[in-house]
Design a protein around this ligand. Structure first.
Ligand code: SF4
Ligand code: SF4
Length: 315
């Protein structure tokens, strides 16, 4: 499979990046051995780039897969930390749980953050810079759904990698539209940042037009890689075949998992923590409870982890 350099980082990732959110506890919640088998299939199949996060809680299956396959892919993680101390803990947690001495990319996890993210989270950013200087983090990045933050990241000297949201439907993009995000991505590429893209299938919404959706993001100039979530070895195989140039006619396993998140009203305590958490403003208050507008939901599952009542379920 084709590999591309991530900007000026010296890191080279396969064009297909394994997105390690959907198989974890926020979504599919596979048992550890099954989750490990999915990551192993991806690594053995030639994928050398994994994107995970502190919030995804998927370090354990990745660690097991690294041990079992003896492969060492490029690994990106991220944290919503604001302060220096919080980010330090997040990096330590990643290194310990992945059993690594250094991690390749560590992002500010800033899905819905605004343009003040670099000042509001200056402490966390300084921590990332310090760890890079000590060789514990190879590249510092930011993951974002926002056009404005993507454009701003192009101007921030210490940011090596940018991980924005972009898909053919423009679904989930904040502070602008698809064309504006394309321009912001181009600014990052021109500034020498490594760029890889998230949510090419818009959280599953575009799964019925897989080839068009994937080809759209592959055509973005300077895009080194695209992160696709995979929850089974069948999905890994499908994606691998597609990126190797075969074009299977159907994707039954992904089509079959087209599910949606819903608030179970009887369990909901009306705290509205989910409203604050949703990066896509898809949850609002309705008669004192959280309510998910399906057409705006990206099926990221972040609200699941935020709900103290376990009232948000994948159905
Ligand atoms: S976080 Fe959970 S309990 Fe609170 S409003 Fe949302 S669904 Fe209800
Ligand atoms: S409601 Fe929001 S946080 Fe929850 S899965 Fe949908 S987009 Fe993600």
């Amino acid at each position: 499979m084709r590999k591309n350099m991530l900007g000026n980082t010296g890191l080279e990732g396969t064009e297909l990046c394994f997105g390690a959110l959907p198989f974890g506890p926020l979504q599919k919640n596979l048992p550890l051995d099954e989750a490990t088998a999915v990551v192993c299939a991806a690594l053995k199949g030639g994928i050398n780039f994994i994107d995970t996060a502190q919030l995804y809680k998927t370090y354990a299956p990745i660690r097991h897969a690294l041990q079992q396959t003896k492969k060492r892919p490029v690994i990106a993680s991220k944290s919503p930390a604001t302060t220096y101390e919080e980010m330090q803990k997040a990096i330590e947690e990643a290194l310990n749980e992945l059993n690594l001495d250094e991690i390749d990319i560590f992002h500010l996890h800033a899905a819905r953050a605004g343009e003040d993210v670099f000042t509001k989270r200056q402490g966390a950013l300084e921590c990332l810079y310090d760890h890079k200087a000590r060789g514990r983090v190879k590249a510092v990045g930011i993951s974002t759904h926002s056009v404005k933050v993507t454009a701003l990241a192009a101007t921030v000297k210490g940011i090596d990698v940018v991980f924005p949201l972009l898909n053919r439907a423009g679904h989930g993009i904040l502070d602008g539209n698809r064309e504006e995000m394309e321009k912001a991505v181009a600014q990052c590429v021109a500034a020498g940042k490594g760029v890889y893209l998230m949510k090419p299938l818009a959280g599953g919404i575009l799964v019925g037009e897989y080839a068009q959706a994937v080809e759209y993001v592959r055509s973005i100039p300077g895009c080194a890689s695209i992160a696709l979530g995979m929850v089974s070895t069948a999905e890994v195989e499908y994606n691998l075949n597609y990126f190797r140039g075969y074009k299977p006619a159907t994707l039954p396993s992904i089509a079959a998992m087209k599910k949606r998140f819903m608030v179970v009203e009887s369990l909901c305590a009306g705290c509205l923590k989910c409203v604050e958490t949703c990066p896509n403003h898809a949850i609002s208050e309705k008669t004192g409870k959280g309510f998910i507008q399906q057409e705006a939901c990206l099926t990221c599952g972040y609200c699941v982890g935020a709900c103290p009542q376990f009232a948000i379920r994948l159905v």
